[in-house]
Design a protein around this ligand. Sequence first.
Ligand code: ATP
Length: 260
Amino acid sequence: MKHVADPTHPRYRSLLMRAKIEEAVKAGLLADSALIAHGRGEAFDYLLGERTSESAMQATKEAAARLMAAEHPIISFNGNTVALAAEELLKCAAVMGADVEINIFYRTEERMRLLISSVSKTKESLKHEAPDGFSADEWSRMVESVRILGGEPDGLIPGLEGPRANCHSEGILSADVLLVPLEDGDRCEALVAMGAEVIVIDLNPISRSARMASVTVVDELTRFALNLYEEMKKPGKPDDDWNNQAILDAAVNSVTFTEQ
Ligand code: ATP
């Protein structure tokens, strides 16, 4: 995707992402409130210097370790995740052997249909783009094995009311490690209560999701997805003494109001 702004503009990347969200709203993939959620993220990213901090990188390494060690990892996609990072996260899903489950706050059948179709198209084209280190056949098989769940939920997340509780018994309900970018606080709490390890990506270090998660990566989603892919090539072991509060404290301390 291109943007009218000059690519040398210091905020070009940010403008491009904003345009992706705008376009997805226009195409009916996202509710209008998606723009507000994105704007909140932009504001935090601005204050965090629009870069991956050391503590965010540490949390990304822990996320890679846990996802690669998981028996049944699942990546949950909400609408903004589809608009911003579907390709990069599908790549990660292929490498870690995860399925993807689409799960949105304002669930309508039409929006779900559009999101599933968009992710399926991205998956289809990704199959033909083997990255370094994989043969074309091997990569195609790995991508093909990523299932796109969400269309026919047959289970409920315990403790949640309404359509956002819908989920798949072979997906979110049976995951041991869940990657939930841009999750809402309520759902995050319910997922943790189910007993899964929950990895959250959220630029707001004091959101309820950030505070509830087992591992919180306080970073912008598209930067995280690229870093995760690299870290998954050389995963460490999960840290049994992981101190998530220390990561949140470090993120709060890196917020700055000085000129960047
Ligand atoms: P909670 O319910 O967890 O307290 P909230 O009500 O703020 O959170 P939403 O408005 O549903 O949650 O979600 C938006 C969250 O996602 C915000 O915390 C925002 O900072 C974060 N966010 C938005 N865009 C991005 C992005 N591209 N990368 C990372 N985080 C993002």
